[in-house]
Design a protein around this ligand. Structure first.
Ligand SMILES: [Zn+2]
Ligand SMILES: [Zn+2]
Length: 299
């Protein structure tokens, strides 16, 4: 999996930061969270590919998270996208997509399906599922977790050969976790295949006060991307506008036993985010600050 930050600013863009969007490339296609204005250009620079299998998950209907959608859809159509696209979000997402495509007089040349999402399992594919929980932001706002399915254990060809199983369909059967017969012997997959490998989990919780629902959603995440808009001395502002301080984000990472935390939706008042990082790292050392167009490779 490769995770790319397309926009890491909050509320308004800055010279350095576009509005929020975060994309993950998985075996099963592309999953993109939020689509702030200008996302399509970042998408192009990050070479994410306009005709991939793709789902877009919108956290909430605030302008900085959705205004990039009409432009992205238009460009995808213009570039010849043919695959369908699914867009998930809280109530209002379907009206927004329908209204903009009608009033802007643009007809998508590929099918677009909008799905109004709620807390719980939002989508399930062969390679991952997406879970959602309500954030705490004053308007309906969803946090999402992408949970990769567990993968079969590692197959050991040398062990198979030692047991007299030659390369071929029997190997595949064992890899799929089913026993095989060689002559009179029954061979269990555990003899040649290691234990199942846990899938990755990435949680995206943006525009929110720290809350228990997100701690539960993010439990055991390999990567937690969390609203870390303000430093601790701006706690009042974080509380007033339904955001988190970097230290609060770090507490969510710690409580959810996440492995890594990335702070995003950073306020335009911080040209330098060092203070945010220092405050978060005191609570959760494995913290970093998101930067536009930076990617993380998740093994
Ligand atoms: Zn926002
Ligand atoms: Zn918001």
């Amino acid at each position: 999996m490769r995770a790319t930050f397309l926009g890491t600013g909050g509320s308004v863009p800055t010279k350095k930061r576009n509005l929020p969007s975060f994309a993950i490339r998985t075996n099963g296609g592309l999953v993109m969270f939020d689509c702030g204005e200008g996302t399509q250009r970042q998408f192009l620079i990050a070479k994410l590919g306009f005709n991939r299998e793709m789902k877009i998950l919108i956290s909430h209907m605030h302008a900085d998270h959705i205004l990039g959608l009409p432009g992205l859809l238009h460009s995808m159509s213009f570039m010849g996208r043919s695959r369908g696209l699914e867009i998930y979000g809280p109530a209002g997402i379907a009206d927004f997509v329908e209204c903009t495509t009608e009033t802007v007089r643009f007809r998508s040349l590929f099918p677009v399906r909008t799905i109004e999402a709620r807390a719980g399992t939002v989508a399930r594919t062969e390679s991952y599922s997406i879970e959602a929980a309500w954030a705490d932001h004053g308007v309906p706002c969803l946090s999402y977790a992408l949970v990769e399915n567990d993968k079969p254990g590692r197959f050991h060809p040398s062990k198979a050969r030692k047991l007299g199983i030659q390369k071929g369909p029997l190997w595949k059967t064992l890899q799929m976790g089913k026993p095989v017969r060689v002559g009179r012997r029954r061979i269990d997959p555990s003899k040649v295949v290691g234990p199942p490998r846990k899938g990755l989990k990435i949680t995206y919780a943006i525009d929110t006060r720290p809350c228990d629902r997100i701690v539960q959603l993010a439990m055991g995440s390999d990567l937690l991307v969390h609203d870390g808009m303000f430093a601790s001395n701006a706690f009042d502002r974080a509380q007033e506008f339904g955001h988190s301080t970097a230290a609060e984000a770090a507490t969510v990472a710690k409580r959810s036993r996440s492995k890594n935390l990335v702070l995003t939706h950073l306020s335009a008042i911080y040209a330098d985010t060092k203070q945010l990082l220092v405050e978060a790292k005191k609570i959760f050392p494995k913290t970093s600050v998101a930067e536009d167009l930076k990617s993380l490779e998740l093994p």
